[in-house]
Design a protein around this ligand. Structure first.
Ligand SMILES: *Cc1c(COP(=O)(O)O)cnc(C)c1O
Length: 418
């Protein structure tokens, strides 16, 4: 027993030696557990859509797709990724406040399940593009609800937002559907926030969004074929935060789904999940380069930092709280507070402040756990030109590279000297 952290029996030091550091490692078993842990108990009428924004790696998406996950995408490359991962076009929705003409055209040409429309202007463009093609575009209206829910890391409803169309504006347009003959309004979407850790809030969200969808369908006179209740299910990162219990979620959510299913047989009910599915699977692995002290504090300077893990700076909080971190390659001795910092030339490149760690030595590996969501793709990977880290998926007891790290050539070649 060396006290070394392993993934599916593979020591982290072996992965670091084989693939280099800094490195993201994703555990396929964890992705499966998160997906199935919720899916198995969830009402069959409720479909799980994976939000690629959380982790757009095509191998991660393909693993989730193989389990039955559908896809929620927000860019051309996310759309292509979902398709390459094996998600059927009819199980993809596309949303985002600033969709391009090319993105909308690709959605129509691929035949995605729905375009989630976020403004009257966009509705006009979708209508124009559909009529040019001689097709009818399936559209879900994204609503900015008048209400907000408590208990989310980021409140979306009841505030001026660039997302969706204000509830009131939609109720003021009873003829909206008739005005756009190239569009078939099939449903309603709302997303109330992220990092929700209270099952009551999740169920209440769904109930209120379904109620809003029914009222809108009546007012605008369309048949409700789909309701997307958003999601925003969280995972615990910080001390004292409880993880969501999937059984507690389904116990409260399933009656809501059942009532919807009874009232609208055949209509689709969508739940979007990004962080919840991806976060627990990932570990950001860095190697300690130097250790030093400054004015009484200890610093471990590692080869990767906030350039790959911006979320470690702090999520929705003015006070920095640390992600769970540990020494990966050995158990080590007594713990003391260490600042874990990266290679960037800014004091903000602090991945962990006063983290209790056994004394690290140069060459040791430090891991940031629960880092499978909003990692490199949500970080300034080009800052100081370090580029994208390598990504590895461990599945079936085998590790394989699922994204190679950027090379100097990758970073220099798109630039034009003269
Ligand atoms: C970001 C986002 C998601 C995913 O959120 P998570 O909190 O990671 O589950 C889902 N839907 C919409 C509309 C989003 O913007």
């Amino acid at each position: 027993m060396t006290g070394e952290t392993t993934i599916q029996g593979i020591p982290m030091s072996e992965l670091a030696d084989r693939f280099g550091t800094p490195l993201y490692v994703y555990d396929g078993d964890s992705l499966r557990e998160q997906y199935r842990g919720l899916r198995d108990g969830l009402h069959p009428a409720m479909e799980m859509f994976y939000s690629l924004k959380a982790n757009p790696n095509v191998a991660v998406c393909a693993l989730l797709a193989s389990l039955g996950a559908r896809a929620e995408v927000s860019s051309m490359v996310e759309l292509r990724t979902a398709l390459a991962a094996g998600v059927a076009p009819g199980d993809i929705i596309f949303l985002g406040p600033g969709k391009s003409r090319a993105e909308l055209e690709a959605c129509l040409d691929e035949g995605v399940f729905a375009l989630v429309c976020e403004s009257f202007g966009e509705l006009g463009l979708i209508d124009e593009l559909a009529r040019e093609r001689g097709v009818i575009a399936p559209v879900m209206l994204r609503v900015n609800p008048s209400f907000a829910v408590k208990g989310s890391g980021l409140t979306m409803g009841g505030k001026p937002r660039q997302f969706g169309i204000d509830e009131q504006q939609l109720f003021d347009e009873p003829d909206l559907v008739k005005n756009f003959p190239g569009v078939r309004v099939i449903g309603v979407h709302a997303y109330m926030g992220t990092r929700i850790l209270d099952p009551e809030v999740i169920a209440e969200n769904a109930r209120r969004i379904i109620d809003l969808a029914e009222r809108l369908a009546n007012r605008l006179d369309f048949t409700l074929e789909a309701v997307d209740v958003g999601g925003g299910l969280g995972v615990a990162y910080f001390p004292g935060e409880p993880d969501l219990d999937p059984n507690a979620v389904t116990e409260l959510l399933n009656p809501v789904a059942e009532a919807f299913h009874t009232a609208h047989p055949g209509a689709r009910l969508l739940l979007e999940l990004g962080r919840y599915l991806a976060a627990p699977s990932g570990t950001y692995v860095t190697r300690v380069r130097y250790v030093k002290t400054s004015m009484g504090e200890r610093f471990a300077v590692t080869d990767g930092g906030t350039n790959h893990h911006m979320a470690a700076v702090g999520i929705g909080s003015f006070v920095k709280r640390n992600f769970p971190m540990r020494l990966l390659n050995r158990a080590g001795g007594e713990a003391a507070p260490w600042n874990v910092t990266g290679p960037l030339c800014t004091p903000n490149d602090t991945v962990g402040r006063n983290v209790d760690l056994p004394e690290p030595r140069p060459g040791d590996l430090i891991g940031v756990l629960r880092s499978g969501a909003y990692g490199p793709s949500a970080s300034p990977v080009l800052f100081l030109s370090h580029g994208y880290p390598a990504e590895v998926l461990v599945d079936g007891g085998r590790a394989r590279l699922v994204r190679r790290r950027d090379t100097v050539e990758d970073l220099l070649s798109p630039q034009i000297r003269d």
